[in-house]
Design a binder for this molecule. Structure first.
Ligand SMILES: N[C@@H](CCC(=O)N[C@@H](CS)C(=O)NCC(=O)O)C(=O)O
Length: 230
């Protein structure tokens, strides 16, 4: 049995997609990051970066102690290796998927994340930051669009690279990106959105596990204003 420590954010939804695609038996453990549950000692004991998603596999391959993991890219890779799915085993195919997985966790995720932060959550408008992260998000969309121009998915068949990127393209409107400007992303996005596993992940992922409105308390918890109870 796998426990996924989850909140319905783009990073949380990456392993959720993978669990739905593979059908691995799992249990969702909510971590309300708006309430500061990511700072609970029992969570920090295996997820020391105080962020979701994280995972505990109580039945790892070969037996033994449970495996604990944090960082969404590491979760996706682990689940792919556990199931033998969505990550090729040949040298070139695997390297291709892994470079795009790293591109997402090191680029698209953080840049789109800052884009969203300065647009939605910053306590005061910072035009330079909004401009900087909007342009950087657009640049990365351009890279992805070019990549998808002559292939169905990012690297070979549908893979963990696609599952890493998709949840960060879902909020494209909030990040001031128009998919009409990126026709290859648009086609890829629609095809992933139509997958039954994607439908299940989002149907079961966004209502019960999201902070509907960011309260001052949640803002303080998440962004470390002086009232943060750390
Ligand atoms: N690099 C991490 C980023 C994870 C991350 O930023 N998680 C956010 C939600 S999307 C979080 O848990 N934030 C809580 C906090 O900042 O305290 C990953 O890919 O897993």
């Amino acid at each position: 049995m796998i426990e996924l420590y989850f909140w319905a954010t783009p990073n949380g939804l990456k392993p959720r997609l993978m669990l739905e695609e593979t059908g691995l038996e799992h249990r969702i453990v909510p971590v309300d990051i708006g309430k500061g549950e990511q700072f609970r000692p029992e969570f920090l004991a295996f997820s020391p970066n105080n962020r979701i998603p994280a995972l505990i596999d109580h039945a790892p391959a070969g037996g033994g102690e449970p495996v604990t993991l944090f960082e969404s890219g590491a979760l996706l890779q682990y689940l792919a290796e556990k199931t033998g799915r969505f990550l090729p085993t040949d040298l070139r195919g695997r390297a291709d998927v892994m470079q795009w997985l790293f591109w997402q966790v090191g680029g698209l995720g953080p840049m789109a994340g800052q884009n969203g932060h300065f647009r939605v959550y910053a306590p005061e408008p910072v035009p330079y930051a909004i401009d900087r992260y909007t342009r950087e998000t657009a640049r990365l969309y351009g890279v992805l669009d070019k990549r998808l121009a002559d292939r169905e998915f990012i690297a070979g068949d549908y893979s963990i690279a696609d599952m890493a990127c998709y949840p960060w393209v879902v909020p494209h409107t909030a990040h001031a990106q128009n998919l009409d400007d990126f026709p290859h992303i648009k086609r890829w996005f629609e095809s992933i959105r139509a997958r039954p596993a994607t439908q299940r992940a989002y149907a079961g992922g966004t209502e019960a596990y999201s902070s509907r409105k960011l309260t001052d308390e949640a803002r303080a918890v998440l962004y470390g204003t002086p009232t943060t109870p750390r």
